[in-house]
Design a protein around this ligand. Structure first.
Ligand code: FAD
Length: 321
């Protein structure tokens, strides 16, 4: 049976995040030929609708309201539920992002549905689709199938390939007016620490430093290498606890979960809590002076050596490319 699927697009600084297109690709797989409708929420999002269509959405419903300028679970859940009531979809797909992680349990509770969260892979299509998700901090994977009712999943960013962009695609774009009321909080202002560089959770290349980097200054060559490779800098909690860098860079069980194409772990021992956040990376390179370091167990390429010699050599080689 074909399914009509609702996906939620995510925008930041007026641009759609890649995960939006990944949710459309996931929705296509589970729709079995049904309609994929994208939902865009914000104070001014209609201009983004066409791009959702170009990445495969059949229809787009926008809800614009000043209270949706910044994400709040109250405001977004009211707006999303209004679209849900209008569309009555068979399935919902959200990104397993900071926003999706906050919003999806609230929606699932309002809808009395189950929730298959943090899906990294979908096998099969339509009703036969099976969802693979990591459990026990990434030590094992489980395969889950929905046995009926509303199917609600969140997908981990950078795991499901978006469809190719087709600029000739057209789709129906409509807007829905929703009265957003009784908000328990409104966000007056957001002050970002830094808007520079590549977003860590969407970066294709990550150079992550650990306690082995030894100081804030020790992170500078990592910044340079990340810049040369068009990537972002991350860190272990060891490095954050030691004040070498900001906690916003922390990767792991209690930090960000990332899946870049290339993850270079520099002076990181590979504690299980760190690996929970990066072991799904496509190619892992580890630089560590201890040949017994745990990180080498998940590394595709291991360099046993002093990071203060190896990283500058890498920078010189990359500059020659
Ligand atoms: P270390 O374990 O001290 O490793 C440093 C490494 O650098 C060593 O392997 C050493 O050989 C190498 N090294 C030193 N000098 C050099 C050099 N010159 N050249 C090359 N290599 C060198 N950790 C996270 O990262 N993320 C999390 O989200 C997280 N959540 C946690 C949650 C809980 C509940 C708990 C209890 C812990 C959590 N931790 C987390 C902490 C985790 O257990 C480790 O303590 C931490 O990851 C260690 O960081 P590290 O690898 O940088 O430091």
């Amino acid at each position: 049976m074909s399914k009509n699927v609702l996906v939620l697009g995510e925008a930041r600084e007026g641009e759609l995040r890649n995960v939006s297109f990944e949710t459309i690709a996931a929705a296509k797989t589970i729709s079995g030929g049904g309609t994929v409708t994208a939902v865009l929420l914000g104070d001014s999002v209609e201009n983004l609708a066409q791009e959702m269509v170009q990445y495969g959405a059949d229809r787009v419903v926008t809800v614009e309201h000043p209270h949706l300028k910044q994400y709040t679970s109250d405001g977004y859940s009211q707006a999303f539920m209004a679209v849900y009531e209008q569309e009555k979809p068979d399935a919902i797909v959200l990104g397993h992002t900071a926003m999706g992680k906050d919003l999806s349990p609230k929606l699932a509770s309002k809808l009395s549905s189950g929730l298959i969260s943090d899906v990294t892979k979908i096998e099969g299509e339509g009703d036969a689709a099976e969802f693979i998700r990591p459990i026990y901090s990434g030590k094992a994977f489980e395969k889950v199938q929905s046995k009926g009712g509303l199917l609600f999943i969140t997908i981990r960013p950078n795991n499901i390939e978006p469809l190719a962009k087709d600029e000739s695609r057209t789709g129906d774009v409509s807007s829905l007016t929703v009265d957003i009321t009784n908000l328990r909080s409104v966000i007056a202002n957001v002050v970002r620490k830094s808007t520079e560089g590549v977003d860590l959770s969407e970066a294709k290349v990550i150079i992550a430093g650990g306690r082995g980097v030894k100081s804030e200054d020790g992170f500078k060559p990592l910044d340079e290498l990340a810049h040369l490779l068009g990537g972002a800098v991350g860190a272990s909690r060891g490095a954050c606890d030691a004040d070498y860098c900001d906690y916003s860079l922390q990767i792991g069980q209690t930090g960000k979960v990332v899946t870049p194409d290339l993850y270079i772990a520099v002076g990181i021992s590979g504690a299980i809590q760190h690996m929970a956040g990066m072991s799904n990376s496509k190619v892992i390179v580890a630089i560590n002076k201890d040949p017994e370091a745990n990180i080498f167990k998940v590394a595709d390429y291991g360099i046993v050596g002093d990071l203060f010699e190896v990283v500058p050599m890498m920078i010189e080689e990359v500059k020659k490319l």
